[in-house]
Design a binder for this molecule. Structure first.
Ligand SMILES: Cc1ncc(COP(=O)(O)O)c(C=O)c1O
Ligand SMILES: N[C@@H](CCCC[NH3+])C(=O)O
Length: 387
């Protein structure tokens, strides 16, 4: 990801910025597309992970659909050329304005997260003389075994409709003339690396599919959501996920009927490894108990370590690790006036100096999109290679 030319180029640039290796992104997209194609599966990109313009253009060019979580994401998907027939709109709190925009755009379907939302979509569609295609997002109560904050498929989570409410859903679908039921949707969490979780999900999807079919419904779409994780600890090895093993779980365990489509909504695994947050060391503070590297980027540029105690590899690109005989432990911190503004404590790095270039790796997913303007920070820009 970082050859000498790239590092030389960074020297002349103002930091911080997000660096995108578009070649690596394209290789990742090609691998996913090939593996999904092998099993006849369809992938919608979960745009919430990263909506950088070049990233969206690359993803669209590989024929992926778009999974959106706001009206603005729906509009962005259409703007960047995603086919409206491949745009889905999920989210637990869709406003009337957002629903109307999506109805007007005639997107493929709404992933509906409550019985009341079904009523609202039906009313808004009826008022426009339209039929809204809907998939029911069901909370399957499957534990994703991931960080507590990014689990979405347990009874205690706000997402989806609990199975004990399915009778109400069935009744509402039967009585709502402006809804067309297309399928069932699930998403149990993010950064999942244990394939057993996806096996358990398949078992639940099969059970719920049977429940609907027993009541006379036809399911055209089985949507298994996203959640496949990446390796944050070694971004230079296996930086492209094993998509084949992931999809094979669904091939082997999902009960797919003839004519049905299987959809996925992958976000993180498509974009995480091909980007890094690049910053400079502003100050080296040697305390009695601690050494601090104060960077010019902080929680306003990448909040994952502070929010989820997430691990990101940190490299000093100005020092060659092979020649290091002088490793020092630093707390790598940002400039923001919060004590939690720390990327990681006790990071072993070569002796580092003011002006050194630091890369915080695997930052392409939920990095730039979660940046904030706290402390009136300047919005962070993107730098690309492989355009
Ligand atoms: C409904 C839905 N689909 C897809 C995703 C994408 O998840 P990931 O980036 O883990 O693949 C999310 C985020 O967790 C989501 O909430
Ligand atoms: N933002 C989270 C994941 C949430 C995914 C969206 N439901 C992260 O940084 O890992």
């Amino acid at each position: 990801m970082f050859n000498d030319n790239v590092i030389d180029r960074f020297q002349g640039l103002e930091t911080p910025f997000y660096y995108y290796d578009l070649d690596l992104l394209r290789r990742t997209l090609a691998a996913c597309s090939e593996a999904a194609g092998k099993y006849g599966f369809h992938v919608h990109y979960a745009m919430k992970a990263n909506f950088d313009e070049q990233v969206l253009k690359a993803i669209q060019s590989y024929g992926f659909g778009a999974d959106c979580v706001s009206g603005n994401e729906v509009l962005a998907a259409l703007k960047y050329g995603f086919s409206k027939d491949k745009v889905v709109f999920a989210g637990v709190g869709k406003s009337d304005k957002e629903i109307i925009a999506a109805l007007d755009a005639d997107i493929f379907c709404f992933n509906v997260e409550s019985v009341q939302e079904l009523e609202v979509i039906n009313d808004l569609a009826a008022a426009r003389n339209k039929k809204a295609r809907v998939a029911i997002r069901i909370n399957p109560n499957v534990d994703a075994h991931t960080h507590h904050y990014i689990t979405t498929g347990l009874d205690e989570n706000k997402f989806g409709i609990n199975t004990w409410q399915l009778n109400d859903v069935a009744e509402k679908l039967r009585s709502s003339a402006s809804l067309e039921f297309v399928g069932i949707h699930f998403h149990v969490g993010s950064q999942i690396t244990d394939m057993e979780v996806f096996r358990s999900l398949c078992v639940r999807i099969n059970e719920i599919q049977t429940w609907f079919e027993d009541r006379g419904f036809t399911i055209k779409i089985l949507n298994a959501g996203g959640g496949l994780g990446v390796n944050y600890h070694s971004p230079d090895q296996n930086n492209i996920a094993d998509f084949d093993s992931y999809f094979k779980v669904f091939k082997d365990f999902l009960n797919v009927k003839p004519g049905q489509e299987v959809h996925f909504e992958l976000g993180r695994v498509l974009v995480a490894q091909s980007s890094a947050l690049i910053s400079r060391v502003l100050y080296v503070k040697n305390g009695q108990r601690k050494n601090f590297l104060v960077l010019d980027a902080g929680m306003t540029e990448l909040i994952r370590p502070m929010l989820y105690q997430a691990y990101h590899q940190i490299d000093n690109l100005s020092r060659t690790p092979e020649n290091v005989t002088d490793a020092v432990k630093y707390d790598v911190v940002g400039p923001i006036c919060e004590s939690t503004d720390c990327f990681r404590k006790d990071v072993e790095l070569p002796q580092s100096y003011r002006g050194d270039i630091i890369a915080v790796r695997t930052a392409g997913a939920y990095g730039q999109v979660m940046a904030s303007g706290y402390n009136l920070r300047t919005p962070i820009q993107s730098v690309y290679s492989g355009e």
